[in-house]
Design a protein around this ligand. Structure first.
Ligand SMILES: Cc1cc2nc3c(=O)[nH]c(=O)nc-3n(C[C@H](O)[C@H](O)[C@H](O)COP(=O)(O)O)c2cc1C
Length: 329
């Protein structure tokens, strides 16, 4: 089952250009993939928590290898719930208007909440940052009233697409489709331009190849060699130094940080996963967890469910070796 999360950073509803384009993308996508579940995360709906003293303190504690203090735990769980809402999807659509050359502040706030060590990225002094959100796809609708790529600086500068594209790369996305409608205002033919942009968005919503239309095989019980994996499901090759030159020990922050979960569900919990407006909502993947009950594997360890059986065995073997070398069993 594929889940597509639409993250929207415009507050203008039906009047919004990026939301109109996102609608065209989704309609085309769902016509080709009727089984895809779509959920809408409206960053302007007022449910996004602040990221303040306690959240930032917890982040620094975790970055230094510790744990959030008892005072910080609630704030950290709150951030984790927002991240969980995000990470349960397999594919993403962002609709992002340019605001004062950058992204709307709610999108930056959301990025500040979810971009945490062990969740979105790992870090080692030798290799720098590593994005942990691999094997996922994103499409982004970028619009601006005056700015357009190649325009002189008097018409604005792009800290908008350049910022979000870089965050997606940082987080581990390698498959990103851009849909631009720029400029929306400074044009003699706004209606024509809008219609052309809507058509481009609809085109981008359709798979460009049968390979792309195939779902990523995750749990099929067939030997890996006999299992064709679409290119979009494959891990990108590790960049940088050759394998032999990399540090032998697993760096601390490359492992996902185990977090004590609160029984809350994430921000925007009211937005269900829907197949299309005519069908009822399926069971939501991020179910509320009752006190004392363990959350499902997908919520506890989403990276683990993204591994196939061979990869899980390999990871377990590696962990056992590490424990043995430290005197454990
Ligand atoms: C608060 C605000 C700031 C904006 N800043 C810029 C800007 O710096 N450069 C630009 O070209 N357009 C700017 N615009 C225009 C929007 O980027 C453009 O009209 C966009 O398509 C609006 O999306 P919407 O229809 O969802 O509101 C701004 C619009 C708003 C509301």
């Amino acid at each position: 089952m594929t889940r597509l999360l639409h993250v929207s950073a415009s507050p203008r509803g039906a009047a919004s250009d990026p939301l109109t384009l996102a609608g065209a993308f989704l309609d085309a996508h769902q016509a080709v993939h009727p089984g895809v579940y779509v959920s809408h995360l409206d960053l302007h709906d007022g449910t996004l928590p602040a990221f303040g003293r306690l959240h930032a303190g917890a982040k620094m504690a975790v970055t230094r290898g510790g744990q959030p203090s008892p005072e910080q735990t609630g704030a950290w769980d709150e951030a984790r719930a927002v991240f969980d809402r995000f990470v349960t999807a397999d594919a993403y659509l962002f609709s992002v208007p340019m605001w004062n050359s950058g992204v709307p502040y709610v999108l930056k706030q959301w990025i500040d909440i979810i971009t945490q060590p062990g969740w979105v990225f790992g870090f080692t002094p030798a290799e720098g940052y590593t994005g942990l959100l691999t094997g996922k796809k994103a499409a982004v609708v970028y619009t601006s009233g005056v700015y357009s790529p190649g325009a002189p600086p008097a018409f604005g500068v792009d800290f908008h697409a350049s910022y979000l594209n870089d965050w997606l790369r940082f987080a581990g996305f390698t498959d990103v489709t851009e849909i631009r409608f720029q400029p929306t205002e400074l044009t003699a033919t706004p209606d024509q331009d809008r219609a052309a942009a809507v058509a481009r968005a609809a085109d981008a919503g359709k798979p460009s190849s049968p390979q792309e239309a195939a779902p990523c095989p995750r749990t099929a019980r067939i030997p890996p060699a006999a299992r064709p994996r679409p290119a979009s499901c494959r891990r990108p090759p590790a960049a940088g130094r050759p394998r032999s030159a990399r540090p032998k020990r697993l760096p601390r922050l490359l492992t996902r940080t185990p977090v004590a979960r609160s029984p809350t569900v994430s921000a925007n919990e009211g937005a269900p996963w829907r197949r299309n407006p005519a069908t009822p909502a399926p069971p939501t993947p991020a179910r509320p967890v009752r006190p004392g009950q363990r959350p499902p594997l997908m919520a506890r360890a989403p990276w683990c469910t993204a591994l196939d059986t061979g990869e899980r065995r390999c990871l377990l073997g590696l962990m056992r070796k590490m424990l043995r070398s430290r005197g454990g069993r």
